[in-house]
Design a protein around this ligand. Structure first.
Ligand code: SF4
Ligand code: SF3
Length: 548
């Protein structure tokens, strides 16, 4: 019997979907509660979208939408108690959005209301809510499979974008157009008179909107912490007490840095927090000591070796090991049952835990480079353009995206190792931990491996590509540039939609294609964008280098 169904990430069991328990560790009750939340959010979106058409908005409804969608992203919230609260708030926000519409329209809605947007109530207990969630699961038998496929592509794109909108909101930046789009998109999924191309167009609009959203986040980051500059980050350890910060949220890191100043505690970054070292407003803290560990899927193996407290502010959390569970904390949308959650901005409990935990012994290791975002790379534009013109740089490769546990992900390491020395690699997100310790050298002072930043800094990579296309007076597709993406969760889905929305062709995607893409939808993407799966390193590289 099928206990659950989820196919939103690259780990989907058997390449089709998790049906007994999530490969990520998601239990069936959590899957059902998340399904109930997503269904409820479509109801919220129905009313919020109608209200917007009448000029009415409610920022609390908007913010709940992105926070709750973010809670359902892979490896974020595994806690049924918290998800029950999110479901309760979703119903309250549905009521609020409905009243907002009725007030703005001067009366109640006269056409048919989809079930998700009707006045349904939550069951009285978590167990019964789980049953309720099962009635509104991911599978929708009877729906056209291609329409369902693109609707899910759109939904997962909105989930990914919500994570970025949440980070921007935390830094005080909101964009009404982004909230408005998410309401419009989720409301459209409830419609029964739209056709396949309507959803394809919405998915492309989602990609465009995500460029706006990651642009907003880029501005929020650089307004608060200035433009990143190329920065070597040590991967060894300094003697002393330590806290490890994992996730993507820079503001949370900043607050922790402020609260630990002068306390003899060193702060280390983990995975997607690595690019924080490049921002002047963060690296000014001398106790921002280095980066610990590799990508998220190795936390079980690596965290026992970290002596102090560990805090996650976004994905990707995994089932905690017993050795470190009592010094593990979550913040923001991340939750794991039994792991202490820090509400708000007071990190004294984490600090005290670290002070009471053993200290690191000094361990020397190498530096890795980060902080090569658009401002820094475009500062080298003349040098880069000259190097391309002289033939010193033959081709650029954007090799970025999420990491994961599949053996096929060795492709990315092998690809980078095999690239000829007259190539430059731009990388972003956590997939870079497969190759960012390699010594790749430089070309006339331009480092061959440029770490542009987090997954949201795909925005930065796009700015670099567009600027290069301007400089060479050509289309981005005509640049000596190849894009090879690794995907895992829904942020990578929306980044992919952003690149497609710009008309970027010939991208390679791996380690496997999304389970929610039907053969017909894949054919559409191949016909229009010539996107394809990664194959053999040698063959793919030869084709990209024009040697095939
Ligand atoms: Fe499976 Fe991924 Fe869904 Fe987790 S998020 S249940 S691994 S498809
Ligand atoms: Fe990694 Fe989870 Fe996606 Fe921000 S941290 S990229 S997988």
């Amino acid at each position: 019997m099928e206990e659950m169904f989820c196919y939103q990430c690259e780990q989907a069991a058997n390449g089709t979907g998790c049906t007994q328990i999530g490969v990520c560790g998601k239990q069936p009750d959590v899957a059902a509660l998340q399904d109930l939340i997503v269904w409820g959010l479509k109801g919220v979106a129905f009313w919020a979208n109608l209200a917007r058409e009448k000029g009415a908005i409610d920022r609390d409804v908007d913010v709940h939408m992105v926070e709750a969608l973010f809670s359902t992203v892979t490896n974020v919230d595994f806690d049924p108690d918290n998800l029950t609260e999110v479901a309760e708030k979703t119903v309250a926000m549905r009521d609020r959005a409905m009243s907002m519409y009725e007030k703005a329209a001067g009366g109640s809605y006269s056409a048919a209301i989809p079930e998700a947007a009707q006045n349904w109530r939550l069951a009285a207990s978590t167990e019964k809510m789980v049953e309720q969630g099962r009635q509104h699961g991911v599978r929708e038998p009877g729906k056209d499979p291609d329409i369902k496929s693109v609707q899910d592509l759109l939904l997962y794109g909105c989930k990914g974008m919500s994570a970025y909108a949440d980070h921007a909101h935390i830094l005080g930046s909101d964009d009404d157009a982004i909230y408005g789009f998410i309401h419009k998109a989720l409301a459209a999924i409830l419609e029964d008179n739209l056709d396949l191309m309507d959803y394809v167009n919405l998915a492309m609009e989602c990609g465009k909107m995500n460029i706006q959203c990651t642009g907003l986040l880029d501005k929020a980051h650089t307004d608060h912490y200035q433009n990143p500059t190329p920065t070597p980050v040590n991967i060894g350890a300094k003697a002393g007490k330590a806290i490890l910060v994992s996730g993507h949220d820079l503001k949370m890191l900043e607050e922790l840095l402020k609260q630990t100043e002068g306390k003899g505690i060193n702060i280390y970054t983990h995975v997607e927090m690595l690019p924080a070292h490049g921002y002047p407003g963060l690296k000014k803290y001398s106790h921002l000591a280095g980066n610990f560990g590799s990508a998220w899927q190795n936390q079980h193996k690596e965290f026992p070796d970290f002596p102090g407290a560990i805090i996650f502010n976004t994905n990707c959390i995994q089932r905690p090991g017993d050795v470190y569970k009592d010094r593990l904390y979550t913040w923001g949308r991340v939750r794991w049952p039994g792991v202490k959650h820090i509400e708000g901005w007071d990190f004294s409990e984490v600090i005290n835990k670290s002070l009471a935990s053993p200290a690191f012994e000094e361990r020397t290791d190498k530096d890795i480079l980060t902080g090569c975002a658009h401002n820094a790379v475009l500062g080298l534009a003349d040098k880069v353009i000259d190097a391309v013109k002289s033939g010193a740089i033959k081709r650029f490769f954007v090799i970025g995206g999420c990491d994961g546990a599949k053996p096929g992900r060795n492709y990315y390491t092998k690809f980078v190792e095999t690239l000829p020395p007259d190539t430059v690699i731009l990388t972003l997100a956590c997939g870079k931990f497969r190759f960012n310790k390699l010594d790749l050298g430089d070309i006339g002072g331009i480092p061959r491996l440029l770490d542009v930043g987090q997954c949201n800094d795909a925005y930065s990579a796009i700015q670099i590509a567009v600027a290069l296309a301007d400089a060479f007076d050509c289309d981005v597709n005509d640049l000596p540039l190849s894009i090879i993406l690794s995907w895992y969760e829904q942020k990578a889905v929306v980044v992919l939609l952003s690149l497609l929305s710009l008309g970027i062709k010939n991208m390679k995607l791996g380690p496997s294609l999304p389970a929610f893409i039907t053969p017909n939808v894949l054919n559409y993407l191949v016909d229009n964008f010539n996107i394809g799966p990664i194959g053999e390193v040698e063959t793919d590289m030869a084709a990209m280098l024009g040697q095939a």
